[in-house]
Design a protein around this ligand. Structure first.
Ligand SMILES: [Zn+2]
Length: 254
């Protein structure tokens, strides 16, 4: 079994044993559903051996089926044994072997991202239940990073814009406080109305600038994404600073 295959099996096992049954998505942005991928993998897990006693380079008939990397006695080229992501085992040329390795590599990355997203999803749920809004904000920022890695650039931008909006509302960590008297002294969000822009994180602003440049978005389009997405956030989290007012502050920083 190749290294990538082992890695994949490892992540598959981790995901299957620890995560799958606990995956109950509560966060809208988590896609694709890991459960679906796992089910598909379970269906296909049986390896079909389609190796033939034939050189993939010169196509001469070999005395026996290669079990691993072997030099062809006729053309002198190397032959490789690989299992494709669809679990078909083949004898292939160097180029084909490289291509299959890349396919596995992409699958492993998707799997890593999915496992990360599932654990993030659980953290987000815990942090919102406990009113740990500073930590919740960090989780959203991590998610934006994963979305960027997945090349879901616009979804990533949307989430970074949400992080900006949360920052402008100055999220606090309540650690599970739900006593109304205590909550008056320790509100979940306490925007600094005297100097709103000072709450923005330079690193996040920089990412927003870079993504909007990459996507070639006009200020109007950024505003549209910001307002559409964050009006929902405002309502859900009952944020003291409105999305409209937050945009006026953010706009000057972009
Ligand atoms: Zn050959």
């Amino acid at each position: 079994m190749g290294f990538l295959e082992k890695l994949f099996k490892f992540f598959f096992r981790v995901a299957k044993n620890n995560v799958a049954e606990k995956f109950k998505g509560s966060m809208e942005n988590v896609q694709p559903p890991a459960q679906e991928i796992l089910d598909k993998e379970l269906e296909q897990i049986k390896i079909k051996d389609e190796r033939k006693a034939e050189c993939p380079n010169c196509h001469k008939i070999l005395p026996k089926i290669p079990g691993a990397k072997t030099k062809c006695q006729y053309c002198g080229e190397f032959m490789f044994v690989r299992t494709r992501p669809n679990h078909v085992r083949l004898v292939v040329s160097k180029d084909e072997a490289d291509k299959i390795d890349e396919e596995w590599s992409a699958i492993n990355e998707t799997f890593n991202n999915d496992v990360d997203k599932i654990s993030l999803n659980r953290q987000l749920a815990t942090h919102s239940v406990n009113g740990d809004w500073g930590l919740y904000r960090n989780d959203r920022s991590s998610l934006a990073g994963i979305l960027a890695k997945e090349m879901r650039t616009e979804a990533s931008l949307q989430t970074y814009l949400e992080v900006c909006y949360l920052d402008l509302n100055e999220p606090n960590n309540l650690g599970g406080i739900d006593n109304p008297e205590l909550l008056k002294k320790h509100p979940p969000f306490s925007p600094n109305f005297d100097s709103l822009s000072s709450s923005l994180a330079p690193g996040i602003l920089d990412l927003v600038r870079r993504i909007t440049l990459k996507l070639n978005l006009s200020k109007n389009r950024i505003k549209q994404i910001f307002i559409e997405h964050n009006t929902v956030v405002e309502k859900n989290l009952r944020l003291p600073l409105s999305a409209e007012k937050a945009w006026q502050v953010l706009e000057k920083e972009l």
